[in-house]
Design a protein around this ligand. Structure first.
Ligand SMILES: [Zn+2]
Length: 342
């Protein structure tokens, strides 16, 4: 189980054990919190004869369901590899464009599929339930108001506030909260080191993504990670050799991402300085050795401020340039200059 799912899953497990599982369940949380994975875990626990063993026919069928693969083809609803389960989400048209809404014809097909008589539990999973249009929501409400035995409807939603109160009142909800805890950090460390051999402050990365571990991984994967490394290298290069400041590349258009990258470096620098340790980055160790700690804190402050200002109409390129001048000279500044306060 994913460590940040623990409390939500415990709540679900209690419902199962006490036979209090509702007819409709709502799983909420920010994008990429793993709502689909929590749903899979719940369904396996319900259907597997050995508490989600991961190996039996049922567990394997459910684990095969990949939301992307199953749901990308335009269709009203999709069947799971497990025969008594259906999925529904916003339609994707022939040109690959996703509709903004779940429509009533989809909800009708979804409820019909669940209505067939069967001895086994019928499960329906509704992705992006907060994107149902009004008539679709009304149609679903009818089914929720007359729940059939042996049926479980699971709604997944980013923002429950967009769901009608009438639907909300028919669902038991479980929320996946942003995760910053130690177990999540350890999980993240393991998963980062599997793909990249790099020094990251996972606590900081979680802060940057507002506590969404999968987002950290996706930001560090593929192109994103290559860019990040390239920026980090250039930032380290300019602090070791301030004359290279004029040669920086690829910063244009990526100012905020570069500021975030520098922010991570400065935070790591502060951490190493306060512990009196050396880290994995040679150039950063050099900085930490000679820099005045209060200058690092002031620079960090200026970076925060610049990131905040980037949401306004301020000239972010100029702001980044000013921050970089200070950063590249941080070890031999006599006085800390005023940079971002305007
Ligand atoms: Zn099993």
């Amino acid at each position: 189980m994913l460590p940040w799912h623990k409390s939500a899953f415990t709540k679900l497990k209690q419902m199962i054990d006490q036979n209090h599982l509702p007819h409709a369940l709502l799983i909420t949380g920010m994008p990429q919190m793993g709502k689909f994975e929590l749903m899979q875990q719940l369904v396996q626990t319900l259907l597997c004869h050995d508490q989600s063993c991961g190996e039996c026919r049922v567990c394997r069928a459910i684990a095969k369901d990949n939301p992307k693969e199953i749901l990308e083809v335009p269709t009203l609803i999709r069947r799971s590899h497990y025969p008594n389960m259906v999925y529904c989400r916003t339609e994707v048209n022939d040109r690959g464009v996703e509709s903004k809404n779940i429509r009533i014809n989809q909800i009708r097909a979804f409820c019909e599929a669940l209505n067939k008589t069967a001895d086994d539990l019928q499960i329906g999973v509704l992705f992006y339930a907060d994107q149902m249009n009004v008539s679709a929501a009304n149609s679903l409400l009818k089914t929720l108001e007359e729940p059939r035995d042996n049926t479980l409807i699971i709604l997944l939603a980013h923002n429950p506030k967009n769901l009608p109160a009438t639907i909300l009142s028919r669902c038991q909800s479980v929320h996946l909260s942003p995760a910053y805890d130690e177990a999540t950090q350890t999980w993240l460390e393991d998963h980062i080191s599997q793909t990249q051999n790099a020094d990251f402050d996972v606590a900081q990365l979680l802060e940057n993504t507002h506590g969404v571990p999968f987002k950290v991984l996706s930001e560090l994967s593929g192109d994103g990670f290559i860019h990040y490394q390239n920026w980090q290298n250039q930032l380290l290069d300019m602090v070791a050799h301030p004359t290279t400041l004029s040669q920086v590349q690829d910063f244009e258009g990526n100012e905020v991402a570069v500021l975030n990258c520098l922010q991570n470096l400065v935070i790591e620098g502060i951490r190493l300085k306060s512990l009196g340790h050396e880290g994995g980055l040679v150039e950063l160790n050099q900085v930490v050795k000679t820099v005045r700690p209060d200058f690092l804190f002031r620079l960090l402050d200026d970076i925060y401020h610049a990131i905040n200002l980037s949401k306004t109409t301020v000239n972010i390129k100029l702001l980044l340039d000013n921050v970089l001048i200070v950063w590249s000279h941080i070890t031999h500044l006599k006085r800390y200059p005023q940079i971002t306060r305007t």
